[in-house]
Design a protein around this ligand. Structure first.
Ligand code: SF4
Ligand code: SF4
Length: 145
């Protein structure tokens, strides 16, 4: 199943002035088959660039893509991530409990409700992909701005 194999990370990129206009982020898709989702981007008056990027692909391609960015002088900071579950929207389908590798999402068999334990959660993000009502969110905690 692709979802299980996919490696997903949120990283914060800091671009030096000379790399701001280069298409290095597009290279991640073209050359390394990574899917990227730009969550935030900014160019400062000094022409440095910041970008918060969600990257998904195989672990091998992820490592190659990150190495490519570093070759262009881009600094990579892993983003601290936090998962939240919206209990109002949750329909208690249990899909997230089946995919969660750390048993952070568990079905309470008595109440038939899904309970989330943030202490166990590694913020891998797999549950966010299967939730049919988008009741689970990833928040980035250490953005630059
Ligand atoms: S983000 Fe947390 S709750 Fe969701 S699948 Fe990963 S470990 Fe489990
Ligand atoms: S997948 Fe979404 S709707 Fe289903 S139990 Fe998990 S949080 Fe609730």
């Amino acid at each position: 199943m692709d979802i299980i194999k996919a490696h997903r990370k949120i990283v914060i990129l800091t671009f030096p002035q000379e790399s701001v206009r280069k298409p290095v982020v597009c290279d991640l898709a073209r050359r390394f088959d990574l899917t990227f989702n730009i969550l935030k981007a900014q160019v400062t008056p000094r022409r440095e660039g910041y970008m918060t990027l969600e990257l998904t692909g195989t672990e091998d391609n992820y490592a190659k893509g990150i190495a490519h960015l570093k070759e262009h002088g881009i600094k990579i900071t892993p983003a601290a991530q936090k998962i939240t579950k919206d209990d109002e929207s949750c329909v208690q389908c249990g899909l997230c409990t089946a995919i969660c590798p750390t048993d952070s999402m568990v079905m309470d068999t008595e109440t038939r409700t899904v309970l989330f334990d943030p202490e166990r959660c590694t913020a891998c993000g797999m549950c966010t992909r299967v939730c049919p009502v988008r009741a689970i969110f990833v928040e980035v905690e250490n953005g630059h701005w």
